[in-house]
Structure formats: C-alpha cells, structure tokens
Design a protein around this ligand. Structure first.
Ligand SMILES: NC(=O)c1ccc[n+]([C@@H]2O[C@H](COP(=O)([O-])OP(=O)(O)OC[C@H]3O[C@@H](n4cnc5c(N)ncnc54)[C@H](O)[C@@H]3O)[C@@H](O)[C@H]2O)c1
Length: 312
C-alpha cells in the first residue's frame, strides 16, 4: 500500500540534494525514514533518537576529571558507550571518588573504561604528549571535555596581584587551549570527526553579584571566544567546538565558599528562577548531547546551563 502523495515524493527526491552534502550516520532517520517506510510496508519503524546520543567505541579526554563536574561528565560519556575516557588531573594518584567511579564503569559491563593520567594542563608539551600516547594506544580520538579550572578567593580588582591573575589565566584559559589542541591534533591524525567541549561558566557572560572574581570571569570569557574561534578554524575538518557554561553547582570548587559562608546557598539559589543551585549530574545530558552525533550541526555555540541565572 502506498501512502505517499506526489508532493511527498517530490519532497523526498529534492532532499537528495541535501543528502549528497551531508548524511546522518543513522540514515534514513526522522521524516526521511518515515517517508521511506510509507512506501515500503516491510520496513519496521523503530526509535532512533537515543541511538543518536550513543558514543559506542569512541575515545575521549576529560581534563579536571579526578572529581567534580569533570568526573561526572567522564562517567556520562562512559554510560553513553565510550570505549575509553581518559581523565587528566593534577594528583599523582586518582581520588577514592575516581576509583569508585572507575569500578562502577567496569561493573556496567558495556565495554567502557575510565583511565587516569596525572598532569598539569598548563604544561602544553605534557598535555600534547599524553594525548599522542592515547592516540597511539586507541587509534582514535573523538571527544574532549576541557574542565580543569580554578577559582580564587575574593580579591579586589584594583589590587589584583599579577602572579595570581596569571595563574588563573594559565589554568582556566591556556590550559583549556592546550587540552583542546592535544585532542584536536589526534582527531586530525586519525581523520575522524570530533567534538571538543570547553567548560566555561556563566561567569564568562555575567558577573557574579558581590563576588570579586575578576580573574575567573576574565578567563571564562576568553574560553567563550576560544570556542567560537576554534570552531571556525576546525569546521572544515569536521571537528566541532562548543563551550558549556554552567551556573552555580555544588562541588569542591564552590564548597570553598558555600561551606565557609552557608548564607551563600540561599543567596545563590535566589539568583535564578529555579530557586536552587544545580547538581553535577544535571550536566550529564548536555555533555552527552554535545559529545554525540545528536548535536552534529552545533558548533561555535555557548550552551548555558544555569537554572536561568543569566536570564535575570
Ligand atoms: N561548580 C560550579 O559551580 C561551576 C560553575 C561554572 C563553571 N565551573 C567550571 O567547571 C569546571 C570544573 O569545576 P568543578 O566545580 O568541578 O571544580 P573542582 O575544583 O571540583 O574540579 C576542578 C578539577 O580541575 C583540576 N585542576 C585544577 N587545576 C589543574 C591543572 N593545572 N591541571 C590539571 N587539573 C587541574 C582539579 O584538581 C580538580 O580535580 C571548572 O572549569 C569550573 O570553572 C564550575
């Protein structure tokens, strides 16, 4: 039985112009699949939306992956099926939290694993070498999440010490560049497409009220422009670069404020329309989306996940 009208046939034929420019790895998909199925009763439609998020066999790097948002995002990539996710962080040995998460990944038995590499993201040579070693071992590179970052105590902008400013910029901006470069070099080496996700912050777009964080805010604004700039250079190589800008989330970084000044929880919560701060696990979906083919036309974008903080 044929359900397609002539108009629908024509639409399908015309769409072949686009198919020759770019095709979903899961093609036929979406309405094109529906139109094909309408013309062939032997086709059994099945949902493909979650297949688009699958990271089966992909290899990734997450800097700052020993704890906090980095570790949460590394686990999300593993749950989406990544073959291996390498966590770059400072301590010589991974934390107990990391070890428990790595064990959890093993017990999922989905062929995924977490690996740990001790390094300082401000050491460009070390970061490049670590990524090259991963390339040698895994023979591919698909995803990079540059999440290593630091936040200092309240410091008057007019008296901000040069060394401290440089330190923050070195980790939060330069370190993000070195990590993205390292992964991007391997993506080019193996000729596959890739997704690079630079962890910025809503502090790159707004200033946190009553907090003297000029170095942090400046470093995060630089990351936003870095993502746009790299996206424009690397689009032709099919490497996507986006920034992800979280709002307030309770981690070791923010605990340095929230645990010492408990009144800040209520204050920070009142600064967004949701009336609460975020949980690390609330970044799982967005990082899986950005890393996967589900976001294949998204590059050069900043994705704000702030409970609406930036809207007020
Ligand atoms: N928690 C929040 O509310 C929030 C909001 C917006 C953005 N962010 C950003 O998210 C990222 C992760 O932050 P988090 O909240 O999980 O903080 P966190 O302090 O828990 O984690 C940061 C990780 O980066 C690592 N790191 C720091 N300097 C490094 C270096 N030189 N080399 C290698 N690793 C280094 C730390 O050891 C740590 O494991 C940061 O870039 C941060 O700026 C956090």
């Amino acid at each position: 039985m044929t359900f397609l009208t002539n108009a629908a046939y024509n639409c399908l034929k015309t769409s072949s112009v686009f198919i020759s420019q770019s095709t979903s790895p899961l093609a036929p998909i979406g309405v094109t699949a529906a139109l094909e199925a309408a013309n062939d009763s032997s086709i059994k439609p099945h949902p493909k939306i979650f297949d688009e998020f699958a990271l089966t066999d992909r290899v990734g790097i997450v800097s700052g992956g020993n704890r906090g948002l980095g570790l949460e995002m590394a686990l999300a990539l593993c749950e989406a099926g990544a073959r291996a996710v390498y966590c770059f962080d400072l301590p010589k040995k991974p934390s107990e939290e990391w070890k428990a998460t790595s064990e959890y990944v093993k017990r999922m038995e989905n062929g995924s694993r977490l690996e740990y590499v001790s390094l300082n993201v401000t050491d460009q040579k070390a970061v490049w070498e670590a990524a090259e070693n991963i390339g040698n071992r895994e023979k591919r590179m698909d995803v990079c999440v540059a999440a290593a970052g630091i936040l200092k105590t309240h410091t008057d902008c007019l008296q901000y010490p040069a060394e401290q400013f440089k330190e923050v910029m070195d980790v939060n901006t330069n370190g993000v560049l070195y990590t993205a470069q390292a992964a991007g070099q391997q993506m080019v080496r193996f000729g596959n497409s890739g997704s690079i996700i630079l962890i910025a912050s809503m502090s790159g777009s707004i200033t946190n009220r009553d907090h003297a964080w000029v170095s942090y805010n400046t470093s995060k604004s630089a990351v936003l422009q870095m993502a746009r700039s790299m996206a424009c250079e690397l689009g032709v190589k099919n490497i996507r670069v986006n920034s992800l800008s979280p709002g307030h989330i309770y981690t070791t970084m923010t605990a340095a404020y929230l645990d010492k000044q408990p009144h800040l929880l209520e204050k920070w919560s009142s600064l967004n329309p949701m009336g609460r701060i975020g949980r690390p696990d609330e970044l799982r979906g967005v990082v899986a989306w950005l890393a996967s083919d589900a976001s294949s036309f998204c590059t050069g974008s900043d994705i704000l996940v702030s409970g609406g903080h930036h809207s007020w």
